[in-house]
Design a binder for this molecule. Structure first.
Ligand SMILES: C[S@@+](CC[C@H](N)C(=O)[O-])C[C@H]1O[C@@H](n2cnc3c(N)ncnc32)[C@H](O)[C@@H]1O
Length: 345
């Protein structure tokens, strides 16, 4: 037997009565040990640090008509919130494959799901882009019973300062879902011209002040190498051009979103997923896609409508489903979500 004592780690000290910074929130970052405290945070409508709250869970389970024995894909594993509920509905006998491009979070999520008692015969993961979904046909040539995609970013990505996603946390500007792949937003800004920046802000986020912001970013590109630097450049440019204080935060959110969509090629990969879905579903198989802004929803709506009109799908939802008022109250991040589902012929 080892006579070594476990190393006692002192928790991070913080100023004041409550931890404010992400890394100081030791209770939220350790939900197994501090379950009660974490539940209280959720009841206040907040997302505990280091986690993600799944959105429209009941609506998604209903849309996919989940039953024991089904096989499916969660294209956007994230924290595993949807996966965990899906697994409880499709077992015994079912199987779920979880994709995510995020090589930092995926191993943590896999461990969490294993701890819930799901082994490799029931649940497997792949670090990959959902644009490559057709690769599952090697293993499931007939396709699967259901496909779920919950688009965009997880709260872990948004809230972890080192990931460089938010103007609220100073960090090198990154915005990549997989930080070991492709170009960071900081590098993109160094490389492209003002016109291209303006175009990104218009095309990806319908930013009404795209011209002012795009020119400011271009002329101060070295300051924009950090999240806070970019935030300041945008804020100053908007104030100078007379934008009201209340309109600055939404503009900041749109500009960060637009750059994130660009570095992750989010529209391109969504189009590849939408093209591949019919081949990857069995006859009668169901798909559900949760979107968070109009650029995504427009693409899903158009593809589902086209597939329904051409007889590839038998049915698709006419109007997108929204989170309930209770869910919007409990989790404000669900407010802009739209859920669309369809059934393959
Ligand atoms: C909104 S979160 C999903 C949260 C998850 N449904 C849950 O309940 O925890 C979106 C996740 O999708 C991943 N993602 C986004 N685009 C992707 C893509 N093209 N391929 C694979 N994963 C992607 C992100 O890295 C992120 O982890």
């Amino acid at each position: 037997m080892s006579d070594q004592q476990p190393i006692h780690k002192r928790r991070i000290r913080y100023a004041g009565t409550h931890p404010k910074k992400f890394n100081e929130k030791y209770k939220e970052l350790n939900p197994d040990k501090y379950q009660e405290d974490v539940e209280k945070i959720k009841l206040k409508g907040q997302t505990p640090a280091g986690s993600h709250r799944p959105i429209c869970v009941d609506e998604i389970c209903d849309a996919l008509e989940l039953k024991p024995g089904m096989t499916g894909i969660d294209c956007t594993l994230g924290y595993g919130g949807h996966t965990s509920v899906i697994l409880s509905k499709i077992t015994p006998g079912g199987k779920l494959i979880g994709f995510d491009v995020d090589s930092i979070e995926l191993p943590k999520t896999e461990k969490r799901i294993r701890n819930q008692g799901y082994n490799e015969t029931v649940f497997t993961t792949r670090i990959m882009n959902f644009s490559e979904i057709k690769s599952i046909l090697d293993e499931y040539p007939q396709g699967v019973d259901f496909i779920l995609a919950d688009l965009g970013v997880s709260s872990m990505q948004l809230d972890t300062p080192e990931r460089g996603f938010s103007f609220k946390n100073p960090a090198p500007l990154d915005l990549r879902l997989n930080p070991s792949n492709g170009e960071s937003a900081a590098d993109l800004i160094m490389r492209i011209k003002a016109d291209a920046l303006i175009n990104i802000l218009i095309e990806n986020a319908d930013e009404p002040h795209a011209e002012v912001v795009g020119k400011a970013i271009y002329s101060q590109k070295t300051t924009c190498q950090t999240t806070d630097g970019l935030g300041e450049v945008i804020t100053r440019a908007l104030k100078r051009s007379g934008v009201k204080a209340d309109d600055i935060k939404p503009s900041l959110q749109r500009c960060f979103q637009a750059l994130r969509i660009a570095v992750n090629k989010e529209f391109y990969v969504l189009d590849r997923l939408l093209e591949s879905i019919p081949d990857c579903l069995k006859p009668g198989g169901r798909v559900a896609i949760l979107t968070f802004h109009s650029g995504e929803d427009r693409r899903v709506k158009k593809a589902f409508k086209e597939y329904t009109n051409t007889g590839v799908f038998t049915e698709c939802v006419r109007r997108p489903l929204r989170s309930s008022s209770q869910e919007r109250h409990d989790n404000p991040r669900s407010s802009c979500a739209k859920l669309r589902w369809a059934i393959k012929k």
